[in-house]
Write a protein that binds this ligand. Structure first.
Ligand code: UFG
Length: 327
């Protein structure tokens, strides 16, 4: 079994690469190394390529044929919401264009299994406690839109030529499965808090006036290793002939507030985490928690780690450094 992992040198991709190799499978990584790092994948075969480049279809087709690729896990994409608002055409070019090239090459090379990194950003601002898969399609920024379109494209290729497709909608990913594979970017709450503490600065809380118990935003934090395991379950699912669903939440079903996350970082690190309160950040939903029922009943997957394990592993990885590769 050979799996091609696009974005395999990135934070989540490198965890999946390692789990596949531990399972005894062959892996080929395709990554442009703009935010990923070759050091994260050791001796794994690496094809350095921007999926949206003019020659990407040719390079990908040749790579899949040469390495006898059986399945693809597609991570490679841009993922900053604010940047997507400022540069929408580039986000569509990179995320939608890149995926279109990938699927064209898969059709050329007759590779018919694809696991796609989708996002809770496809839900926008749902007004429910735990969002179920059917509520998707309401993205509120270009980043989320590219994930909605990516799901449409995967499904359409299924109808057109039999692509076996599954989308995993990630909630708030954090932690590390191995200390050297911690999140290198300072883009999300946990690394942003750790970064500020390291600089001797106070963490920031963006808004304490939300309609939540402590006034701060609630999110569903998922351990990156649990998330990586969901990809292996999804790859296995694509080999079965009966596949009633093609999109799954990958969350825990449990929400944690910004204050709870920061307090847990204080508990684990022993540092003073007294935070400064800042205004709300534009576009933040008050709460976004995923129902994990469908993935559990269909793929037999459920998260094992809770917030304490997530934060403990993130803290261990942070101390192991160097952390900041790209961003
Ligand atoms: N936050 C702070 N202080 C910080 C950083 C973040 O209070 O220093 C807050 C944010 O305002 C938000 C929460 O912490 O309320 C989580 O913020 P993140 O930036 O970590 O994550 P988001 O929920 O905004 O975004 C994540 C992914 C996106 C994805 C989105 C889908 O990073 O890629 O979930 O909901 F689109």
């Amino acid at each position: 079994m050979t799996t091609l992992v696009t974005g395999g040198a990135g934070y989540i991709g490198a965890h999946v690469v390692r789990l596949l190799q531990q399972r005894g499978e062959d892996v080929v990584v395709v990554d442009d190394l703009t935010t990923g790092a070759a050091s994260r994948i050791g001796q794994t075969t690496l094809v350095k390529l921007d999926l949206a480049a003019c020659d990407a279809v040719d390079v990908l087709t040749r790579t899949m044929i040469e390495h006898k690729v059986d399945a693809v896990v597609h991570f490679a994409a841009r993922k900053q919401v604010g940047e997507s608002v400022a540069r929408p055409a580039w986000y569509y070019q990179q995320n939608v264009g890149g995926m279109a090239n990938l699927i064209t090459a898969m059709e050329n090379a007759r590779v018919d299994r694809l696991v796609f990194s989708s996002s809770a950003a496809t839900y926008g601002q749902p007004e429910v406690d735990r969002v179920a898969e059917k509520l998707s399609g309401h993205a509120i920024n270009p980043y989320g839109e590219t994930k909605v379109v990516g799901e449409w494209l995967g499904r359409a290729a299924g109808v057109a030529w039999g692509l076996r497709f599954v989308a995993l909608r990630y909630f708030n990913v954090a932690g590390a499965g191995w200390p050297e594979l911690g999140d290198p970017a300072i883009l999300n709450l946990v690394p942003m808090v750790l970064d500020r503490l390291e600089r001797g600065e106070r963490p920031k809380i963006f808004g304490t006036d939300y309609p939540t118990p402590d006034g701060t935003c609630i999110r569903d934090y998922i351990h990156v290793l649990d998330l990586a395991r969901a990809h292996l379950a999804a790859l296995d699912y694509l080999t079965s002939d009966v596949r009633p669903h093609d999109a799954f939440n990958v969350g825990t079903g449990i929400g944690s507030s910004v204050r709870e996350v920061i307090d847990e970082i204080g508990r684990v690190s022993g540092l003073d985490v007294t935070a400064d309160v800042e205004p709300r950040r534009a576009g933040d939903p008050a709460a976004l928690v995923g129902s994990p029922d469908l993935i559990e009943s269909t793929l037999g997957w459920r998260a094992e780690a809770g917030l304490p394990e997530i934060i403990a592993s993130a803290w261990e990885a942070w101390q192991a450094g160097p952390r900041r590769i790209g961003g």
